[in-house]
Design a protein around this ligand. Structure first.
Ligand code: CAA
Length: 240
């Protein structure tokens, strides 16, 4: 039986590429989305991957959604916490609402996604957790105090989960994508985006598929000794 993988924010952008790559690698995939019904429907129509709608910022919604996925597809053995948003503003203009929205989705959302699944992984003595962090959690970014805090927090989460899960056959790793050609990056003003691309030694934005292939690598059964690591995929823009 194929392993069941849950990908949050899995119907668009990097998440869609991850869902698709996992399906191609033989996993049974459930992709969550927060609001864009049309994109989710067309994703399901074109890939056959089931989509589920819930807000990862809500523990109750996440727990109920995960129960539904598990009753439809079976126990979740692979989790890719990918859902994320930006609310960019220079710090002097950043509102408490912008801070909380990003913290709730990007950071508390990881807790809400992994926590309900964790006990089952411990019981079954197998689990693969990948959190999609960001280059901006490693280097910081002008106008992203909120976002960078969450993405740096992701790395603290996986380093801690790696220690707690290792003896139960669970690994937790992070991927830090650089600037990838998704809606999120395309929403950055064009002039700013051009100046960012000029800082990428590869001379281009990354492709969502270039992140997805790292996920497939990390969740494999024989990746069991890779635990607590952070893979950087940013075209050479920043080294830790
Ligand atoms: N470094 C230093 N100064 C900068 C700067 C930077 N990177 N970006 C802007 N500034 C300066 C501006 O030049 C301006 O200076 P002056 O007042 O002297 O002209 C000042 O900061 C304030 O600029 P604005 O008044 O234009 O600020 P704003 O309130 O309109 O906000 C912005 C504009 C939100 C910062 C916009 O420029 C922006 O979106 N920047 C991109 C931020 C970014 O890179 N976000 C990443 C999104 S993609 C992502 O997050 C995915 C991932 O994981 C990689």
């Amino acid at each position: 039986m194929s392993r069941v993988a849950l990908v949050t924010g899995g119907s668009r952008g990097i998440g869609a590429a991850i869902s698709t790559a996992l399906k191609e690698a033989g996993y049974t995939v459930a992709a969550t989305y927060a609001g864009n019904d049309e994109a989710a429907k067309s994703f399901t129509d074109s890939t056959g991957i089931k989509t589920y709608k819930w807000n990862v910022g809500s523990y109750e919604e996440s727990k109920a959604g995960i129960e539904k996925v598990e009753s439809d597809l079976g126990p979740i053995e692979v989790v890719v916490a990918n859902a994320g948003i930006t609310r960019d503003a220079p710090f002097h203009k950043m509102t408490p609402e912008q801070w909380h929205e990003v913290i709730d989705t990007n950071l508390t959302g990881v807790f809400n996604t992994v926590h309900p699944i964790w006990p089952g992984m411990r019981e079954r003595k197998f689990g693969r957790i990948v959190v999609i962090s960001s280059i901006n959690g490693q280097k910081g970014q002008f106008a992203q105090v909120n976002y960078a805090a969450t993405k740096a927090g992701d790395i603290g989460i996986i380093k801690s989960l790696a220690q707690e899960g290792a003896r139960a056959g669970i690994t937790a790793n992070a991927i830090c994508p650089g600037y990838i050609g998704t809606d999120m990056v395309m929403a950055v003003p064009e002039k700013v985006r051009e100046s960012i691309i000029a800082q990428i030694p590869a001379g281009r934005l990354g492709e969502p598929e270039e992140i997805a292939r790292a996920v497939v690598f990390l969740v494999a059964d024989d990746a069991s000794f890779i635990n607590g690591s952070t893979i950087t995929a940013n075209g050479g823009q920043y080294f830790v």
